[in-house]
Ligand binder design. Structure first.
Ligand SMILES: [Zn+2]
Ligand SMILES: [Zn+2]
Length: 325
């Protein structure tokens, strides 16, 4: 029903294709999954809106929004989008006919996240899963505990300016949401690249509290405050003006000491929007899939684990997928 490029011939449709195609189902709006230039795009309403914010209103010829768990049937094939818990609008894709159920996870995490709808588990025959953190060394800690590392530092009032690196779509909004969850109620300052996405999250009903464009603020007034910016900006010229900076980075990779040292991170926050090893393997078991294909990430360890557990498995090594965080 589906080939190794995630192409479904019977409905002439690709999932997250990296080149423009006639029919595409898009799991979520990160750059490595959502590309501009397709003729027809099927996705959740939120994914479509974010694609339009990032690429412009005409980034595809036609858009069709499908609600979570509604079924669309084309040529006897059922298509469902199921919450993936990764970022706002993210979905897994369930493709089924009378004989077979195939679930493509896209990027996913199963932990609680108030900035998007939580992951939903499904049973299937073939599970096509990501494996960004597909090694047993990856066990993501509780994000509430992690965010408190930052708020505790701020409470010490040591006159530092806290520059927090986070991807502009998904991670930044999750950080805002987590800060509010632990009771931090000061205005958070943001890099311009985050503005439209944050506004869209708020419009979609996600609570982010007060935030403001950092350019509206004098450096002296930013002392003991939080500024969220894309990881590339916190080390570039853009960051030069801030006084007595303390550099923080939110990423699942912050468990790796070498990466913390390499990028001179003073406050590493292990906050990931991908599943860790235990979420990946539990999801495989819970899906009861007899076969597993691994799209991207640490394929070898996960396919080996499948074999040990008598589950058929295959690495797909899809190209053009980013490392993720
Ligand atoms: Zn993603
Ligand atoms: Zn990805």
């Amino acid at each position: 029903m589906i080939n190794h490029n995630l192409y479904i011939e019977q409905i002439d449709t690709y999932i997250d294709p990296y080149k423009p195609v006639k029919n595409a189902i898009i799991t979520h709006s990160h750059f490595d999954h959502a590309k501009p230039g397709h003729e027809n795009v099927l996705a959740t309403k939120e994914t479509i809106e974010i694609m339009k914010i990032r690429y412009g209103k005409n980034c595809a010829k036609n858009f069709q929004a499908l609600r979570y768990n509604d079924e669309l049937i084309i040529n006897n094939i059922g298509i469902k989008l199921i919450p993936a818990g990764h970022i706002l609008g993210s979905s897994q894709v369930l493709i089924s006919n009378k004989k077979n159920r195939i679930l493509i996870t896209g990027d996913f995490k199963t932990t609680n996240d108030k900035s998007c709808i939580c992951f939903e588990e499904s049973k299937c025959d073939l599970l096509i899963t990501e494996a960004t953190f597909g090694l047993p060394i990856f066990k993501h800690p509780n994000p509430i505990k992690e965010i408190k590392k930052l708020t505790n530092e701020i409470e010490r009032k040591e006159n530092r300016t806290f520059l927090v690196g986070a991807y502009s779509l998904g991670k930044s909004q999750r950080l805002l949401s987590l800060l509010r969850e632990v009771g931090y109620d000061e205005t958070v300052y943001i890099h311009g690249a985050l503005k439209n996405i944050c506004d869209f999250y708020v419009k979609s009903g996600i609570f982010l509290g007060n935030y403001d464009h950092v350019k509206n603020k004098n450096e002296k007034d930013l002392i003991n405050k939080i500024i969220i910016a894309p990881p590339s900006s916190i080390r570039g010229n853009w960051a030069n003006r801030f006084i007595n900076k303390k550099i923080c980075l939110a990423s699942g990779w912050m468990t790796i000491k070498q990466r913390i040292k390499q990028s001179n991170i003073e406050i590493p926050l292990v906050i990931s929007d991908h599943s860790d090893w235990y979420e990946l393997t539990n999801n495989i078991l819970n899906s009861q899939a007899k076969n597993v294909w691994v799209t991207h990430g640490r394929e070898d360890a996960l396919t080996y684990w499948c074999k040990e557990n008598s589950i058929g498995s295959k690495p797909l090594r899809l190209v053009n997928r980013e490392e993720g965080n």
